[in-house]
Design a protein around this ligand. Structure first.
Ligand code: AMP
Length: 274
């Protein structure tokens, strides 16, 4: 489907429940896991493919974001997806478009601080997609943990009827979280990138062994990242799982997360701890 009207018409008599998987395309095994889950839990599965300009701060980053619609549609077909919504930018943002959905504090820290306006773009497009599809369920990856929390907050605050469902991060055998951006890594950077997962796991083990100082956990992550010369950490965080505020002491559910650059590629990853 290319247009809002086509999508609404196609969904008018679709068997319920409907499951939506919003993506920016260049589908990989992480997306596939979300799609399979949606397929298992719903009578109709909808995948959206839209590289959303409003969530990119840097025009060069938007420009180089990988795209392959034909291959994406092949994967959707393999997975039994009923409807693919792949609209143009003008279809999502018609001329004169002038509305922003802005989530507050949760969207201001971490990725929100590093990429100003990013979550405004995410929340705005997801609100449009939720309204257009009217799904019972929408599936998001734990890989983008803050995005998940921001969308949950938005759905709750705006009383959107779509239930937001989280799915665990899918990783390569060496621990690197699957991401469309991995395609930009040089072979040397690709070989170095699993240091992210090692750093997260090192901090998680320290926590499991009883370490409760958030700074000690951050230091442990920085120490492991420091072993890899190609890794340039942007931030390393130990935050409260509900508010995403940085912690001093870990007393409840927390999120270990980081953004790390390898050359021109910026990767994010996280690990929830109980
Ligand atoms: P994207 O196309 O990168 O915007 O991602 C679309 C959806 O797939 C988002 O909900 C992501 O969190 C999710 N996703 C991306 N990578 C992974 C992964 N490695 N494991 C699980 N979900 C993922």
């Amino acid at each position: 489907m290319r247009t809002r009207a086509e999508l609404r018409e196609a969904l008018a008599d679709a068997p319920r429940p409907v499951g939506l998987v919003p993506t920016m395309g260049w589908l990989h095994e992480g997306h596939r896991a979300l799609i399979q889950r949606a397929h298992d839990e719903n009578a109709t599965t909808v995948v959206s493919i839209f590289v959303n300009p409003r969530q990119f701060g840097d025009p060069a980053d938007l420009e180089k974001y990988p795209r392959s619609e034909a291959r994406d549609i092949e994967i959707c077909t393999e997975e039994g997806v009923d409807l693919v919504f792949a609209p143009s930018v003008e279809e999502i943002y018609p001329p004169g478009f002038d509305t922003t959905v802005k989530v507050g504090r949760l969207a201001e820290v971490l990725e929100g601080a590093a990429r100003p306006g990013h979550f405004d773009g995410v929340a705005t497009v997801v609100a449009i997609l939720f309204d257009l599809v009217g799904a019972e369920h929408a599936y998001f990856g734990q890989k983008d943990a803050q995005q998940l929390l921001v969308i949950r907050r938005m759905a709750l605050d705006l009383a959107l009827p779509t239930e937001v469902i989280a799915h665990p991060t899918v990783r390569e055998p060496d621990g690197l979280a699957m991401s469309s951006r991995n395609v930009h890594l040089t072979p040397e950077e690709r070989a170095a990138a699993p240091v992210i997962d090692r750093a997260l796991r090192a901090a998680r083990s320290r926590h499991a062994a009883g370490e409760r100082s958030a700074e000690a956990l951050r230091s442990e992550m920085r120490r492991v990242l420091g072993e890899e010369p190609l890794a340039r950490p942007e931030y390393v965080s130990v935050a409260d799982m509900t508010t995403l505020q940085e912690l001093e002491t870990v007393t409840g559910p927390a999120l270990l997360s980081m953004a790390v650059r390898f050359g021109s590629t910026r990767l994010i990853d996280n690990e929830p701890i109980e």
